[in-house]
Design a protein around this ligand. Structure first.
Ligand SMILES: Cc1cc2nc3c(=O)[nH]c(=O)nc-3n(C[C@H](O)[C@H](O)[C@H](O)COP(=O)(O)OP(=O)(O)OC[C@H]3O[C@@H](n4cnc5c(N)ncnc54)[C@H](O)[C@@H]3O)c2cc1C
Ligand code: FES
Length: 283
């Protein structure tokens, strides 16, 4: 069968073939795609449709042999509806949408995330590990407490195998470094001499903090951040619900990944969000 790039604006029904509890109030699912597809890139997202319940954007944790992995954190009714789904049930997906991360070669890769932000970073880690010109990969993950750390076992194994350096942090000190991952990142930036790129995904105020921090270090040659906390309705550029000021960029098509040059131009970044009504609200 010829492989095709999934770029459909109508939901494609997929069977859930695996489900497990990833961490506190978060489940991972593997979805069997009904047609052979290729082309999902780290940082892109899908619109997940739970028939009769809700549709919302989620990141892509992986795509291999036509099996798509997603990780869903409980927020409200829509994510709870997905948590009730079991192996054998069907859900719909639209996508793959948005601009991906674009890692350059010959740099240190510094990935930092929290909450469901770690979902797209998982696929980025897998891509970087397969790259021929493999450079150092440092992963900084933070959570309130140990049972909220996503992909903990997998990341620890990669660390033990020497594939990545895992800097794990919890606010309460129940695992790893006690404190925020931003502090661990800054300590690392003070020591490293290698040109580095920061990739961040998580709460937008955290990313703004990282952005301001990264700008102080000339060895940080680029920052690529996922503005995936933004409210999205259509996911493919039609409704403008995800537009940011003053550029008018729609996060779903012009992002969700933006580099340093573009982030500099978004005055809303880390300051205002847009509600489902279209109104702006201070973060
Ligand atoms: C590009 C992108 C990628 C995302 N990736 C993931 C992921 O990999 N895993 C994950 O668990 N979550 C992800 N999210 C967030 C996820 O879409 C929301 O948590 C989900 O929509 C909440 O729905 P709910 O009905 O459970 O909660 P609700 O009670 O409806 O809302 C709770 C909060 O979720 C957010 N939210 C609600 N609807 C939307 C929407 N349509 N678009 C964006 N945010 C919304 C709002 O901040 C809201 O305050 C992503 C969001 C975006 C924009
Ligand atoms: S969600 Fe409709 S334009 Fe982005």
């Amino acid at each position: 069968m010829t492989k095709q790039t999934l770029a459909n604006d109508k939901p494609l029904m997929c069977k859930i073939v695996d489900k497990w509890e990833e961490c506190f109030e978060t489940f991972s699912f593997k979805l069997q795609l009904p047609v052979k597809v290729q082309g999902a890139k780290p940082g892109q997202f899908i619109m997940l449709w739970i028939p009769g319940e809700d549709e919302y954007p989620v990141g892509i944790a992986g795509l291999e042999n036509n099996i798509l992995e997603v990780g869903i954190a409980r927020m409200g009714e829509g994510t709870e509806a997905m948590h009730r789904k079991e192996v054998g049930d069907f859900v719909g997906i639209r996508g793959f949408y948005g601009k991906p991360f674009t890692p350059p070669e010959d740099v240190n890769h510094l990935l930092i995330g929290g909450g469901f932000g770690v979902v797209p970073l998982k696929m980025l880690i897998e891509t970087l590990m397969k790259s021929e010109k493999k450079q150092d990969i440092h992963v900084f993950e933070g959570a309130r407490t140990k049972n909220r750390l996503m992909y903990l076992k997998w990341l620890q194994e990669l660390h033990d195998q020497g594939e990545i350096t895992f800097h794990v942090c919890t606010d309460d000190g129940s695992f790893g470094y006690q404190g925020f991952p931003t502090v661990a990142l800054e300590e690392f930036l003070q020591k490293t001499k290698t040109p580095s790129v920061i990739y961040a995904a998580g709460p937008e105020r955290m990313m703004k903090f990282i952005f301001d921090l990264g700008k102080k270090y000339p060895k940080v040659i680029d920052m690529q951040m996922s503005l995936a906390g933004r409210y999205m309705r259509c996911g493919f550029g039609a409704c403008a619900n995800c537009a940011v000021d003053p550029t008018g960029w729609r996060i779903c098509v012009d992002g969700p990944i933006f580099n340093t040059e573009k982030l500099e131009k978004i005055s809303d970044f880390g300051v205002y969000e847009r509600l489902d009504t279209g109104e702006k609200k201070k973060l």
